[in-house]
Design a protein around this ligand. Structure first.
Ligand code: SHN
Ligand code: NAI
Length: 213
């Protein structure tokens, strides 16, 4: 069995190439845009949504069929045409150049696959079945979506803020670790849900300032 290595890529301003302009390309483009990638799409035609993003300058569109030269200079490529032989050619071209490639109809030719994702601000939950059943990945992600509500965005922002404050002010590593551990036991989520968070947060920050001075 193939075991994929999960990681979190920073694609901000990275050049990514999508070949194909159909619905699958549209979905992959959507998630790459969220990650801030600099996207070029090559295809003889595009869905209305891709076209619109091209017109507004969010994407660079080239209205033509794929040529092997196209992949030069890209960090990551998605082969999303409906032609298996074209997708295979793209995979070969990318492998030759050492470029990460996702082939939407032939996972075995891909050097990475894309999970189903739930986002709550800084929290990212991603689910993969390793290609066994994308529908099941989607279903499990939907379960996580209801288990981890919008309050997690506020929660993570708060933990991040506190963590930076602690890193900034507590010099002793051991003490920092103790505080980080304690922070996990604070009943913050409940406070966000019942509307007492804002006042409590201010109190916490104030008392922390006093302690550290
Ligand atoms: C291997 C992988 C490669 C990759 O694309 O990265 C792959 C491959 C294939 N998918 C196919 C079909 C469908 N894929 C979806 C949906 C998603 N597919 C995604 C990922 C992956 N799909 C990777 C494995 C992920 C994993 O399992 O861990 C998601 C999670 C992420 C994303 O695409 O962004 C996204 C959900 C997004 C969300 O969360 O909403 C739907 C449902 C729909 O469209 O609503 C269908 C139609 C129903 C069905 O077929 O199940 C087929 C054609 C099968 C055929 O016709 O024979 C292949 C090719 C094959 O299996 O050989
Ligand atoms: N991985 C995934 O999540 C999924 C994969 N699939 C597979 O993905 C493939 C694409 O699906 P859709 O987007 O629905 O198909 P589609 O037919 O809507 O889009 C295909 C696109 O590729 C373009 N194209 C064709 N030849 C090209 C070439 N030589 N150069 C550049 N562009 C070219 C077409 O003009 C079109 O824009 C299918 O093979 C399907 O089996 C389908 C569902 C989900």
């Amino acid at each position: 069995m193939k075991l994929y290595y999960p990681l979190m890529l920073d694609l901000k301003a990275r050049k990514c190439l999508i070949v194909g302009g159909g619905l699958v390309a549209e979905r992959k483009i959507g998630s790459l845009l969220v990650a801030g990638a600099a996207i070029t799409v090559v295809s003889p035609d595009f869905t209305a949504a891709i076209e619109a993003k091209g017109s507004s300058g969010e994407l660079v569109l080239h209205r033509r069929i794929y040529d092997s030269e196209d992949i030069q200079g890209f960090s990551l490529v998605i082969a999303a045409t409906d032609l298996a032989h074209v997708n295979k050619q793209i995979a070969q071209d990318a492998s030759k150049e050492g470029i990460w490639v996702n082939v939407v109809d032939q996972p075995e030719l891909s050097s990475f696959i894309v999970p189903s994702v739930v986002r709550r601000g800084k929290l990212t939950l991603s689910v993969s079945t390793g290609g066994a059943s994308p529908g099941t990945a989607r279903r499990i992600a939907a379960e996580l979506e209801s288990a981890y509500g919008q309050e997690y965005e506020i929660y993570l922002d708060f933990l991040s803020e506190m963590r930076l404050k602690v890193q900034d002010t507590v010099k002793d590593r051991q003490s920092r670790q103790t505080i980080f551990k304690q922070m996990l036991d604070w009943d913050v989520l409940e406070k966000i849900r019942n509307g007492t968070f804002t006042a409590w947060r201010q109190e916490k920050l104030d008392s922390f300032e006093q302690d550290s001075t």
